[in-house]
Design a protein around this ligand. Structure first.
Ligand SMILES: Cc1cc2nc3c(=O)[nH]c(=O)nc-3n(C[C@H](O)[C@H](O)[C@H](O)COP(=O)(O)OP(=O)(O)OC[C@H]3O[C@@H](n4cnc5c(N)ncnc54)[C@H](O)[C@@H]3O)c2cc1C
Length: 381
């Protein structure tokens, strides 16, 4: 089957808070963005219930409802959506190529908002409701859900920095926090370990695995079935909440070898912008943020990425009659792309060492020489 080819100025990968905010801004700038929604349309908030910390909703809002609002707002200004996901990208030249099963999409700019998925234990009871107790006492985000566990006993699963941080934070609300760890030593940094050890509300269960999360839709979580990995002994441990804190995996496998990322796979962005190491490719939200991982921060960086993409496009040369191109700085590129005429009339050969752009930080777009040479002169303008 032949795939349809689409050409767009702005293509956004992902439809969570970051991607849809980027879409709202890009659409309002009349850039007609295309959002490729991915395997989880609406992103992570679609698997949670009450969101109480998103500004503007004083009474709280259900996660799926909030994301529907984001989507309607993006659609209202002309965002186009594709309900599919990317399985291949080629960022070696612009326009960039992203491929789905049915489409080849050529993008002048690309905004990556593919998020990061919490790692789960894969045990019974853990899946999002109605299949399990996810959202009914099982969570992977203390900042998001800790508030719902005031005065309740909870467990935190994990032994790294994330687990220590989440457990320490959760002692603000919970009556007791029990950290359950598969080994008898922690992987967390010394300082995080010390903080947890000194906290009177935190207990530890060592050499222990969680086999099942127990409860019902009416009661929420009521306990966990544990197994001592040394003795094989099993027991039910009563609790009202389970926080799985064994790390996150950014959805960046398809960018490996093309974009700079840290050792875990989070995309690197530059300074105060959302620019990646490839000009014209921007990243926003959890895919480039291992630290805050909140809907509002994802939305904030989505806004930044859209503005960055808009400015990048503004700096690309615009085609004029006769095949010449003009940049936002008023430079004219000859139709054969062999010379650039500055606003002062100076003719500069279009070779890497000569390209002017002295008053712009914008990256120089790759020029292609495609024959049909016009001679360059100041009067040729
Ligand atoms: C259970 C739960 C509860 C939470 N509660 C809160 C809360 O109360 N408050 C809060 O602020 N934060 C909360 N968070 C965190 C919040 O959901 C995230 O910080 C936020 O969703 C990140 O937004 P994002 O747009 O970066 O990524 P995501 O929301 O993760 O969206 C990623 C998008 O990328 C798409 N995608 C992935 N791979 C591909 C691909 N190959 N091709 C195309 N698209 C792809 C997915 O389909 C998805 O649409 C919660 C998270 C969870 C899991």
């Amino acid at each position: 089957m032949t795939r349809e080819t689409l050409k767009r100025d702005v293509v956004i990968i992902g439809s969570g808070p970051a991607g849809l905010t980027a879409a709202i801004y890009a659409a309002r700038a009349d850039l007609k963005p295309l959002v490729i929604e991915g395997p989880q349309p609406g992103g992570q908030l679609t698997i949670t219930t009450e969101v109480e910390n998103y500004p503007g909703f004083s009474k709280g809002i259900q996660g799926p409802e909030l994301m529907e609002e984001f989507r309607h707002q993006a659609a209202r200004f002309g965002t186009e959506f594709l309900v599919t996901w990317i399985n291949k990208v080629d960022l070696s030249e612009r326009p960039f190529t992203v491929e789905t099963d049915d489409h080849i999409v050529k993008a002048k700019t690309l905004i990556i908002a593919s998020g990061a998925s919490a790692k789960w234990l894969g045990i019974p009871g853990e899946a999002p409701a109605p299949h399990g107790l996810g959202g009914l006492g099982v969570s992977a985000c203390a900042t998001c859900d800790g508030f719902f566990f005031k005065g309740k006993p909870i467990v935190v699963v994990g032994g790294g920095d994330t687990a220590m941080e989440e457990a320490t934070f959760l002692t603000r609300y919970a009556s007791r926090v029990t950290i359950i760890h598969r080994r008898n030593t922690l992987r967390a940094s010394k300082i995080m370990q010390e903080k947890a050890f000194q906290n009177e509300k935190i207990d530890f269960l060592w050499d222990t695995g969680v086999e099942e999360i127990i409860g019902a839709p009416e009661t929420g979580v009521t306990g966990v079935r544990l197994k001592n990995l040394e003795t094989g002994e099993e027991k039910i441990f009563p609790c009202e909440g389970v926080f799985v804190a064994i790390g996150h995996k950014p959805n960046t496998d398809m960018f490996k070898g093309q974009l700079e990322m840290d050792e875990v796979g989070y995309l690197k962005t530059a300074g105060n912008t959302m620019a990646t190491n490839i000009p014209g490719v921007f990243a926003c939200g959890d895919v480039q943020d291992s630290f805050y991982r909140q809907a509002v921060t994802a939305a904030g960086t989505g806004c930044m990425a859209a503005i960055d993409a808009e400015r990048f496009l503004d700096h690309l040369p615009v085609e004029m009659p006769g095949g010449k191109e003009m940049t936002i700085e008023g430079e004219i590129i000859t139709a054969d792309h062999k010379a650039i005429i500055t606003p002062e009339g100076e003719i500069v050969l279009n070779e890497p060492d000569n390209v002017p752009h002295s008053n712009s930080d914008a990256p120089v777009p790759p020029f292609q020489t495609d024959g049909d040479a016009n001679s360059a002169s100041a009067t040729d303008v």
